[in-house]
Design a protein around this ligand. Sequence first.
Ligand SMILES: [Zn+2]
Length: 107
Amino acid sequence: MYVVSRQDELGMLRIILERQYERHRTQLALLARQAHQMPRDAADLEAASALAAASRLALADIARALHYLEQGRYGACEECHRDIPIEQLAHQPSARFCTACQGDAVS
Ligand SMILES: [Zn+2]
């Protein structure tokens, strides 16, 4: 019987994180290129800059998660230091808090 260890699972999340990183970088590159093309109306520009801002935020989150992976502290809640469940990380690979602490932070 083969049991997947948490280390194996974190390794898979690294692949997801790297793909997301690439995707957001591509998104930003495309937006930057579009910005130099035909003039567009204000609503388009606003939508594009919102997309770019979201991608920049996501890139920062993903870069931090990858950095933590390098340091071996990825997947631990920054608040209570417990392991964040893999199911939660699979849904949100750059999560910094477990659901309990995330709930506290929001309220
Ligand atoms: Zn926590």
